[in-house]
Design a protein around this ligand. Structure first.
Ligand code: ATP
Length: 351
């Protein structure tokens, strides 16, 4: 059956990397006889500036009929408040209830490691970040704004349901892949109410996975340990804010934004796949955007669409590109977006 993919290239370098990503996926589809159909959508700054629309509710209903969303990036200096980007990306995450932000942190070549003595063998873990609650719901308010007595309150929302489902997703992932270790990170020493809920829920879920070694760490200690001993970690699960920060550390340990892929998931439902990087306005149109983060995002999407062998092949070809020195400036090279894409397509064709 044909898998229908909604492509939302968005703003900035989003369209540049989305075009490359789709061409790469089309090459793979042709070679391996995968039935993939791509429909393009123009949500983004251009459309917002033209007619004021961001992401109409009716369109969300239409998007639900797809098998996956392949998303570039949103953000444009002509919309300094970023309201269209918020509406589009957060709208999709919240309305589709994509509660898992899944971020693999895998080093594709030893030469990219910023850590002395740590290479591909040591740097290979995944992070499950809660994506719909925590400190990012917008709950709270300000009082006496603009005065010296101003009060700003940002509420940290943690529901039993929300905490349990992300922890379950992390354990299910580890169990399905025969992984041995799951670590939960919080700040229960300073934030007792939310920390208590997370720890009690973690204990309850981990009891159902006796074969998995589980641990709980404070987020600050985890940040330090990830740099010192990354090999100790296989699956990390944490809340929205801590996850936001620790996933950037994970990206920096494994080649940076030009190689970092992510998925926003609600297991069993439609997922949204996006590179970690944003619209990078400083390099738009300069052929400097690294398309590999988007291509690795495509591999994540293929795995989710039940094409694991093709996903692995794509990841191997990306690794080979990096090894061969097909590197854009973010990886210290001089290659252009199109050159990296062309070599990746060639590698897939001859694979
Ligand atoms: P946004 O507001 O859309 O998130 P931003 O400028 O804040 O955009 P990013 O776009 O994520 O943040 O990236 C920060 C910088 O990293 C960019 O300005 C760019 O120089 C570099 N960068 C990001 N993605 C890539 C990429 N795919 N290839 C090369 N360089 C990149």
């Amino acid at each position: 059956m044909t898998k229908r993919i909604a492509v939302i290239p968005g703003d900035g370098i989003g369209p540049e990397v989305a075009r490359a990503g789709v061409r790469v996926l089309e090459t793979l589809a042709k070679k391996r006889n995968l039935a993939l159909a791509f429909d393009w959508f123009d949500y983004g700054a251009e459309r917002y500036l033209r007619d004021g629309t961001t992401l109409p509710d009716a369109d969300i209903e239409n998007l639900r009929s797809y098998d996956a969303i392949f998303f570039g990036a949103v953000g444009d200096p002509r919309v300094p408040g970023g309201e269209h980007a918020r509406d589009i990306l957060l709208g999709l995450r919240f309305k589709l209830d994509l509660y898992v932000n899944f971020r693999p942190c895998k080093l594709y070549d030893d030469s990219l490691s910023p850590l002395k003595g740590k290479g591909q063998k040591e740097l290979d873990f995944v992070i499950f970040r809660e994506n719909t609650e925590g400190l990012y719901t917008g709950a709270g308010g300000v009082f006496k704004k603009g005065t010296l007595d101003e009060i700003a309150i940002e509420e940290d929302i943690n529901t039993r349901k929300g905490v349990e489902r992300i922890i379950r997703a992390a354990f299910a992932y580890a169990s399905e892949r025969g992984l041995k270790r799951v670590c939960m990170a919080d700040k229960a020493n300073a934030m007792q109410h939310s920390g208590g809920l997370w720890r009690r829920t973690f204990s309850l879920v981990k009891a159902q996975y006796p074969q998995i070694e589980s641990s709980v760490m404070y987020i600050d200690a985890l940040a330090m340990d990830l740099v010192r001993r990354p090999e100790r970690y296989q699956v990390i699960v944490t809340g929205n804010l801590f996850g936001d920060i620790i996933t950037d550390l994970g990206a920096a340990l494994t080649g940076g934004l030009g190689l970092a892929a992510s998925a926003n998931l609600h297991p069993g439902r439609l997922g949204l796949f996006e590179p970690v990087h944003g619209s990078a306005p400083d390099i738009v149109g300069k052929e400097q955007a690294n398309p590999l983060a988007m291509c690795l995002t495509g591999a994540l999407m293929l795995r989710h669409l039940h094409y694991p062998a093709e996903a692995t092949l794509l990841e191997e070809c990306v690794a080979r590109c990096v090894r061969e020195g097909l590197r854009t400036p973010d990886l210290g090279g001089t290659k252009r977006t199109g050159e990296v894409e062309a070599r990746l397509i060639q590698l897939l064709e001859i694979a």
